[in-house]
Design a protein around this ligand. Structure first.
Ligand SMILES: [Zn+2]
Length: 235
C-alpha cells in the first residue's frame, strides 16, 4: 500500500531535496516531513539515505498516534519522534524541517536566542527565535528525540505561538522549523539561516544592535494576520 496522495509525496520529496540545494545541511543531515491529517500519518525522509538518491518510494509513513512505521523496510529519520510531537501539539502545521545549518547552529551552540535585529527577521518571526533549555540527563537517556520535541513545545507554546514564530533552536544542537506545508517549513529553515547569518554579522559590528518594536510589528503584520497586504494571490 502506498501512503499519501501524489501531491503530498511530491511535496515531501521536493522539500527534502531543497535542504542540500539551499546549503542547509551536508551529507545526509537534515530531514523534512509532511502530514496527512485525515489519514493520521506523516511521511518523513528515511534515516541515512543520500539526498541525491532519495525518491518518493523511500519516504517512510509513520502513524501519528503511535509513532510506528506503517509500511516498507526503511527506518524513518532518527528525528521522527520530534516531528510527531510537533504534529500532535500544533494542529495547524503541515510540515516540519530539521537542519544543521551553520549559522543557526552557532546560536544554538552558544545557547543564545536569535534577537530581532531588522526587518528580514521581523517579516517571518514574531519575536526572537528562542533557544530551548538544555535537556536533562534523564531526558537524554530515555525518549531523547521525543523529549527534544517536547522541550521545543515547552519553549514555543501553543498552536498560535507556533504559527507566529515557526522556528526554534535546540540548545547545543540546531534548528527545527515548521509551516503550513512541507515546502513552507523548509522555506522557514532557509529564512532562519539567512537571519542567523545576518544577526551574527550585525552583532560583530555592534554588540548592542536592536530594532524598535514599532518597526518589527509593522513588518510582521504586513505579511501575517487580517491586515496582511504583502504579495499577490497565485493565478
Ligand atoms: Zn540534528
Amino acid at each position: 500500500m502506498t501512503y499519501g496522495s501524489p501531491a503530498l509525496r511530491r511535496a515531501v520529496l521536493l522539500a527534502n531535496q531543497t535542504i542540500p540545494k539551499a546549503g542547509l545541511a551536508q551529507l545526509t543531515w537534515g530531514n523534512v516531513s509532511g502530514i496527512d491529517r485525515e489519514g493520521g500519518f506523516y511521511l518523513i525522509k528515511p534515516s541515512g539515505v543520500a539526498y541525491d538518491e532519495l525518491t518518493e518510494d523511500h519516504l517512510v509513513p509513520v502513524d501519528l498516534e503511535t509513532g510506528k512505521v506503517l509500511a516498507g523496510d526503511l527506518r524513518p529519520s532518527v528525528d521522527s519522534e520530534s516531528h510527531r510531537a510537533f504534529y500532535l501539539a500544533w494542529p495547524s502545521i503541515g510540515g516540519v524541517t530539521h537542519t544543521h545549518s551553520t549559522n543557526a547552529v552557532a546560536f544554538a551552540q552558544a545557547n543564545r536566542d536569535i534577537p530581532v535585529l531588522g526587518t528580514t527577521h521581523a517579516d517571518t518571526f514574531n519575536g526572537p527565535v528562542p533557544v530551548t533549555r538544555t535537556l536533562t540527563p534523564d531526558e537524554c537517556a530515555t525518549d531523547y528525540e521525543l523529549n527534544t520535541g517536547r522541550v521545543i513545545i515547552e519553549t514555543i507554546g501553543d498552536d498560535e505561538a507556533a504559527a507566529a514564530t515557526p522556528a526554534a533552536l535546540v540548545a547545543n544542537h540546531g534548528p527545527f522549523t515548521w509551516g503550513a506545508t512541507p515546502q513552507k517549513s523548509v522555506e522557514n529553515g532557509i529564512i532562519l539561516e539567512a537571519v542567523a547569518e545576518m544577526a551574527l554579522k550585525t552583532l560583530a559590528l555592534n554588540p548592542n544592535a536592536s530594532t524598535p518594536a514599532h518597526l518589527q510589528e509593522r513588518h510582521f503584520k504586513r505579511k501575517h494576520g487580517p491586515g496582511a497586504y504583502y504579495g499577490n494571490p497565485r493565478p
